[in-house]
Design a protein around this ligand. Structure first.
Ligand code: C2E
Ligand code: MG
Ligand code: MG
Length: 619
């Protein structure tokens, strides 16, 4: 075994680095390593589909020449194929077979005779909990006894593959839950907004066209034929829409009768109008429901947005207003959105006032406490920037950060926030407050990979004595996936200088999930959109539980954001998430109030008193 330790370590590392996208390739590389090391004729990895009672090929090495399409060995029934597979349907023990199963010229690599005689097969089941989830097999060209080194390596690699498979399928399940609409399998609103925020980020190609499509008369169909027929009508429409939009476009269902298509290529408003016209005609159709013919028509609203200037919510709103105009005009038509929404006028006003320069006196910080739900103790505080606008009063960051980013003011803003927050935090600590707590500061997406960023952070923590790991920088998933290689490097450099990092708004279902195991981050903050309705929304709970599972698997700290109700807090505690922030606990407060909260023994958690059941359950 000792001789194979290097091989096992290399296999373990290869699987650790693999993601859902690279799983097949990584599995093949592992099999190739094994074939080479043990001079095997063939190695295979198959996963079990217990519902269909079949064994499904996941990877093999070497590849078979001239594989037919469909591949007859891709899916094999447990019961009627090779006995090794039958034994591995539910078996938990290693299986070795030396019999001569050759049925003549069978192309099956498990039974084919080699030059030295009948093949020998050794197969180790993949065990996850009480289940056998697959099988890893070695095939030699002739029946010789297996050496213990090969068998030990086979069993160890099978258990590594079982863990790998569990992680990949948890990732895929979570991603699917988070991104899709249950009824149609199309993307959901959340996924659409995430996609739009990528497409509309600064420096991305534009314009980005959006078609908001409303299925006319759904209510009448539900009323006349019932909801089962209504659901069928929606699903049928979704299939048609998918075909007609093409596989590269983003196609989402927002709920009810509302759908959105975003073509993947930049598209002018004019070209989007022709596309909308074509879609109206293609989607127009006649269907028979309970022997009655119904005519299907759609109303479409078209809007185009500019990257770095518009955001997804705004683009959707404009297209939605245009759909209403189509509906009011009787449906079965498209309408172009007006170019200037209220939001855009507001934006121009912000741009005018920022004027290419940030007046530091008009910026201020508020702080949001993060607590241990079980004790109410403050464990961290998050700095949140505000801007005192000359006419509009104090503005929240969502209304000006995007503008500042597009005007190249983000670096200056981030530097001001970081220095001011560290300075204030240092003042609290010098008064003996907030010992053992962390300071969390948000970083704009593009800043993270800007030259000089690490130097600026290093200088700040040196100036304010914060190199003890008490500073944690928060980056959003958008920032991480924007430039994954550079971000990974920057996060590693931050770790090296003693700064912690967390992924903010985690769970919006971006590609970051597949990079989690290699990203040097310390914490995940669960996106408030999954937290707000916890206690009443089962789908959100499924997502949160999956995130809790991931955080445990990768040994990351976990913080829930946006806790607004006792039900959400209790649900989090019940499932093992201790840290949280949100309006139930505290609103963002000024620095002075934050200092006095830090001097108290913690925040009251009144909902705990009403939850004897949970306390009993957990103790
Ligand atoms: P975030 O980092 O996820 O910050 C949490 C936001 O959620 C804050 O909004 C906070 O007031 C709000 N919040 C907290 N608990 C609840 C709750 O229970 N319900 C609801 N509805 N909201 C809650 P805020 O201050 O408007 O900040 C919004 C976002 O702006 C932040 O999200 C962060 O991404 C960004 N941001 C804030 N400060 C800065 C900064 O200094 N620099 C940069 N680059 N971004 C910042
Ligand atoms: Mg944050
Ligand atoms: Mg957040």
């Amino acid at each position: 075994m000792a001789g194979n330790l290097g091989l096992i370590t290399s296999i373990a590392n290869r699987l650790l680095e693999a993601t859902a996208t690279t799983a097949t390739q990584a599995s093949e590389q592992v099999l190739a390593q094994l074939v080479d090391h043990f001079d095997l004729r063939y190695a295979f990895l198959r996963y079990s589909d217990h519902d269909k009672r079949t064994s499904v090929l996941a990877a093999e090495w070497p590849p078979r020449p001239d594989v037919a399409d469909p591949d007859p060995f891709a899916v094999l029934p447990f019961a009627s194929s090779h006995p090794v597979l039958a034994l591995c349907e539910n078996g938990k023990d290693l299986v070795t077979v030396h019999h001569d199963f050759d049925d003549g010229a069978s192309p099956c690599p498990l039974v084919q005779r080699g030059p030295g005689g009948a093949p020998a097969v050794a197969a180790a089941p993949l065990i996850a909990g009480a289940m056998t989830v697959g099988v890893l097999g070695f095939v030699k060209g002739r029946s010789r006894k297996w050496k213990s080194g090969a068998i030990n390596t086979l069993e160890t690699t099978a258990s590594l593959f079982a863990q790998f498979q569990a992680r990949i399928s948890a990732e895929q399940r979570l991603r699917h839950l988070v991104e899709h609409d249950d009824l149609t399998g199309l993307r959901n609103r959340r996924s659409l907004l995430a996609y739009l925020s990528d497409r509309l980020a600064v420096q991305r190609p534009g314009p980005v066209a959006l078609l908001y499509i409303d299925l006319d008369h759904l209510k009448a169909i539900n009323d006349s034929f019932g909801h089962t027929a209504g659901d069928w009508f929606i699903r049928d429409f979704a299939d048609r829409l998918r075909d007609c939009a093409g596989s590269q476009s983003m196609v989402a269902r927002l709920g009810g009768d509302e759908f959105v298509v975003v073509p993947d290529e930049p598209m002018s408003a004019h070209a989007a109008a022709s596309l909308a016209d074509r879609m109206c005609r293609t989607l127009h159709g006649r269907l028979v429901i309970e022997s009655q013919t119904v005519t299907r028509t759609v109303s479409v609203g078209v809007a185009a947005g500019t990257p770095g200037r518009d955001d997804g919510g705004d683009l959707l709103r404009r297209a939605d207003e245009a759909v209403l105009a189509s509906k009011r005009a009787g449906g079965d038509r498209f309408t172009m959105a007006s170019a200037n929404s209220l939001k855009q006028r507001f934006r121009s006003d912000i741009e005018r006032h920022l004027q290419g320069d940030i007046d530091h006196d008009s910026l201020l910080l508020h702080y949001l406490p993060e607590v241990d739900l079980w004790t109410g103790a403050i464990v961290a505080t998050e700095a949140l920037v505000r801007w005192r606008h000359p006419d509009r009063g104090v503005l929240l960051p969502d209304s000006f950060i995007g503008v500042a980013e597009s005007m190249d003011l983000a670096a200056e803003l981030d530097r001001w926030v970081l220095r001011t927050a560290c300075e204030e935090f240092g003042t609290w600590r010098s008064r003996g407050l907030g010992q053992g707590t962390s300071l969390r500061v948000n970083v704009s997406p593009l800043q993270l990979t800007t030259p000089g960023f690490i130097g600026m952070v290093a200088e700040t923590i040196a100036d304010f004595d914060m190199a003890d790991g008490s500073l944690c920088l928060e980056v959003t998933e958008r920032a991480v996936v924007h430039d994954i290689d550079n971000t990974t490097r920057t996060l590693g450099q931050l770790k090296d200088i003693g700064v912690q990092t967390s992924i903010d708004d985690f769970g919006s279902g971006r590609a970051v999930l597949s990079h989690l195991q290699t990203l040097p981050v310390d914490a995940l903050k669960i996106d408030p959109r999954f937290v707000r309705e916890l206690g009443t929304n089962a789908n959100d709970l499924a997502v949160v539980r999956a995130i809790i599972g991931l955080a445990e698997a990768f040994d990351l700290q976990l913080i829930a954001e946006g806790v607004e109700t006792p039900a959400a807090a209790l649900e989090l505690m019940r499932h093992g998430c201790r840290r949280a922030q949100g309006y139930l606990i505290s609103r963002p407060v000024t620095g002075d109030v934050m200092a006095s909260l830090l001097s108290s023994r913690g925040l009251p958690m009144p909902f705990l008193a009403n939850s004897k059941a949970l306390t009993t359950e957990m103790t």
